[in-house]
Design a protein around this ligand. Sequence first.
Ligand SMILES: Nc1nc2c(ncn2[C@@H]2O[C@H](COP(=O)(O)OP(=O)(O)OP(=O)(O)O)[C@@H](O)[C@H]2O)c(=O)[nH]1
Ligand SMILES: [Mg+2]
Length: 256
Amino acid sequence: MNSQFNAKDRWMVVVPTYNERDNLPLLCQRVLECTVGMAHLLIVDDNSPDGTGQLADELAHRHPQVHVLHRQRKEGLGRAYVAGFQQALEMGYELIAQMDADLSHDPADLPRLLQVTHEADLVLGSRYVPGGDVSNWSRHRFWLSFFANQYVRLITRLPLRDATGGYRMWRRELLEAIQLASVHSNGYAFQIEMAYRAHRMGFRIREIPIVFTERRAGKSKLSRRVIWEAMWLPWKLSFSRMDTDKPPIRNPLPPV
Ligand SMILES: Nc1nc2c(ncn2[C@@H]2O[C@H](COP(=O)(O)OP(=O)(O)OP(=O)(O)O)[C@@H](O)[C@H]2O)c(=O)[nH]1
Ligand SMILES: [Mg+2]
């Protein structure tokens, strides 16, 4: 791990990868370009059979801002993020972003997410606030995702338009308060649970519009299991009070 820098001045973008060989070089290049070298990148690879891990090592060798966390086996997006967030916190970063490796999240939006952390503890890139959108999705996929978010909102009363989105930026105080070791959900359920915990603890959440673009290379890891978990989780959250729960002390800011 190459780490000659003052972590307080820098921020970390955590990217989980599983078989993203065709996307990773461009993603890395664009993140570094769009953040003019100010962001560091942590690639969390689950021993991808297509060699994404080795490619990540080569990128880390070439760019001092790039770091790699290798994990033994595929355990899902949530486990990869928990490991990546813990690593970023240990390394001392104050601001930690998360994004997919498949270029669905445009790295050019990173500076906007960063800017809003001045007034929020969690900034969500949102497809469903005015100005947000999706590109290259079938009508069916759009409505499925849109109604899934309405469903989450109705059951959990989480006042967010896009609780399943995975383009976010966190302040370290919030990630520390969440007690990452106790988060066990994966996939979309992981995104919902993390936002829910932040809200229940009264942290400031702000949604900003993003345009999400369907992946062009590589394969989706979306599975039936991921969808079932996301459908079940809102009920679990609304029925069981988690250890970390406290009544909200502040309301999230309204969407812009
Ligand atoms: N390390 C790790 N990364 C994963 C795992 N599952 C998914 N990912 C990564 O998580 C990100 C999101 O996964 P996608 O397959 O794009 O899933 P999605 O964006 O929810 O679904 P699509 O919209 O169909 O692409 C990508 O960067 C994946 O490579 C996993 O088990 N381990
Ligand atoms: Mg994707």
